[in-house]
Design a protein around this ligand. Structure first.
Ligand SMILES: Cc1cc2nc3c(=O)[nH]c(=O)nc-3n(C[C@H](O)[C@H](O)[C@H](O)COP(=O)(O)OP(=O)(O)OC[C@H]3O[C@@H](n4cnc5c(N)ncnc54)[C@H](O)[C@@H]3O)c2cc1C
Length: 510
């Protein structure tokens, strides 16, 4: 195969998945990651005797990973052990009640019956409705690069378009969930799924109700040893297939001649390539990599060659609303908490205000919903015998003027500890190790657009189409993977974006 060099930007899961596929297809692949290790937002930290996943904590659609291993000629079970989580999550409601949610239908129905007997039937109907959305949309919106017109020319996709009303795009998640459930606690529980791709249940289209089906219909998993083991495994497979991985290697510029990429500039050095697969946030890339961060006269000249098209593309990407960001507390704690499960959510008492503050005003919510994941419940080695490793995540707005994160992290720490104390978890004096991440840290660490943790939000009915395509319209030879492009954020979707980008490169190469 001639002209087959691919430069991959970033070691996030989207780019890494694409790199493996391209190497398996015979391309010569070099991957450049600015950080000392790969994985991007799927990251891990060890603080003394405590080990933490610092990003993703729940794995869905594990078959996406299996398929990648198969494609590369490996057996996933030789590398990774997927553990179904049951309960998937323990919910604590503001009125003091609790509920264990499960992918096991009868357990879930029993849990709902204890909370709100009238809503058991509603749950069955809701799950059927969510499954229908899944069946109608998954192939076209999750597994197909929808910006490629020729890929949409299939009769069954037309059928989907004719049945658009059945995927519920005109109501919001909240409006739709409220039609099913009478108990406000269940409305709050199912509204929350919009946040799993960084969106607001009060704005995002009800089509996102596909997410509860993915969790309850297909299951939620943990990876033995921690979610970061996925990165280790993919790194091993990538190296085995010949991908050259360079860490502490920041790409400063995507080089091009006459609107066609011809390499990247990395730590000042030019690396020639026939194709570039960009796994860095595409919005940031359009601003900083294509028009060069350290502009030299020569690169500015190239920029002028890109001219109007690039300006137009930049304006377009500016209109994309970043996803939610987050504030994370890693706490290594003395003591065990049997009242908590592996995954826990402590709801705020006023969800509407929480989301209005986050999404409409880009403010830190006064009363945040608190998510706690404790992997030492599944992997005892992640904490000392008498301790636990708490990963605490709060939804936060993306970066906007006027925010003061140094102050806010102190304030939020006190708010969270206070709320936990009310629930009987008086942990303030038992925190042995601590690390805190704010949206500024996410922006800095992973070069994510305004600190968004999932890429682009799905707060408008048209986001699925407006999200950036996997193939650049501006430069020939440039492709994108990762949460900021189609099909969106979250482990399985970014891995699918890597598949789409690699497939397009291979097709175009032919
Ligand atoms: C706190 C948190 C909780 C989450 N929870 C879940 C969850 O439970 N389940 C789930 O499925 N998903 C979850 N997610 C989302 C999921 O982790 C992400 O959607 C996914 O990992 C993003 O992958 P990506 O391919 O977009 O790359 P990213 O992870 O964004 O990585 C991009 C990489 O590119 C590198 N890079 C950027 N610019 C350059 C450059 N110029 N040169 C070289 N390298 C560069 C960055 O350093 C980074 O390593 C969570 C994310 C966070 C942060």
């Amino acid at each position: 195969m001639e002209n087959k060099r691919v430069a991959v930007i970033g070691g996030g899961l989207g780019a890494l998945s694409g790199a493996i596929r391209l190497a398996q297809l015979g391309f010569s692949v070099q991957l450049f990651e600015k950080n000392p290790k790969i994985g991007g937002k799927v990251n891990e930290v060890v603080l003394e005797d405590y080990r933490f996943d610092t990003g993703a904590s729940l794995l869905t659609m594990p078959f996406v990973i299996d398929e990648l291993f198969d494609f590369a000629g490996f057996k996933r079970s030789d590398y990774l052990d997927f553990v179904p989580i049951d309960p998937i999550c323990r919910y604590f409601f503001p009125d003091g009640s609790m509920m264990d949610a499960s992918a096991d239908k009868s357990k879930m129905e029993t849990a709902i019956a204890q909370l709100s007997p009238n809503d058991v039937k509603a749950y069955k109907r809701f799950l059927k409705y969510a499954e229908r959305i899944h069946n109608l949309t998954a192939e076209i919106f999750m597994f197909t690069p929808i910006h490629e017109f020729r890929k949409l020319m299939r009769p069954r996709y037309f059928r989907t378009l004719f049945r658009l009303h059945q995927i519920d795009p005109f109501r919001t998640v909240h409006q739709s969930v409220s039609r099913f459930f009478s108990d406000p606690r269940l409305v709050q529980l199912f509204d929350r799924y919009a946040t799993y791709n960084g969106s607001d249940p009060f704005q995002a289209p009800a089509t996102l109700n596909i997410i509860p089906y993915i969790e309850y219909g297909l299951g939620g998993y943990y990876i033995k040893g921690g979610i970061y083991r996925l990165v280790d495994a993919l790194e091993a497979v990538a190296r085995e297939r010949g991908v050259q991985i360079r860490t502490s290697a920041e790409v400063e510029r995507i080089c091009c001649v006459h609107k066609r990429v011809n390499g990247v500039q990395v730590n000042g050095e030019t690396v020639d390539a026939d194709y570039v697969l960009c796994g860095a946030d595409a919005v940031v890339a359009y601003h900083e990599l294509i028009l060069t961060k350290n502009a030299t006269p020569a690169s500015m000249l190239k920029a002028r060659v890109l001219g109007q098209g690039h300006q137009h593309q930049r304006e377009k990407v500016n209109q994309l609303e970043p996803s939610l960001s987050g504030m994370v507390f890693l706490w290594g704690l003395k003591g065990k908490h049997p009242k908590l499960a592996h995954h826990n959510i402590i709801f705020s008492s006023d969800y509407n205000t929480e989301f209005r503050q986050i999404f409409k005003h880009q403010q830190v919510p006064d009363e945040p919903t608190i998510y706690i994941a404790i992997t030492s419940k599944a992997d005892a080695a992640h904490a000392p015998v008498d301790g636990e490793n708490w990963f605490v995540l709060l939804n936060m707005p993306y970066l906007a003027p006027g925010q003061q994160w140094e102050k806010e992290k102190v304030r939020m720490r006190a708010v969270v500890l206070d709320r936990l104390k009310q629930l009987g978890f008086d942990i303030a004096d038992r925190i042995e190790v601590e690390q805190i991440y704010t949206p500024e840290d996410f922006a800095e660490l992973y070069a994510s657009n305004r600190g968004g943790i999932y890429g682009v939000s799905s707060n408008s009915k048209t986001t699925a189409f407006k999200r950036l395509p996997n193939r650049s319209r501006l430069l020939k030879g440039l492709y994108f993977a990762g949460g900021s492009v189609h099909p969106g954020g979250g482990i399985p979707l970014v891995m699918l974006s890597g598949k789409m980008a690699a497939t397009l490169i291979a097709e175009d190469h032919k």
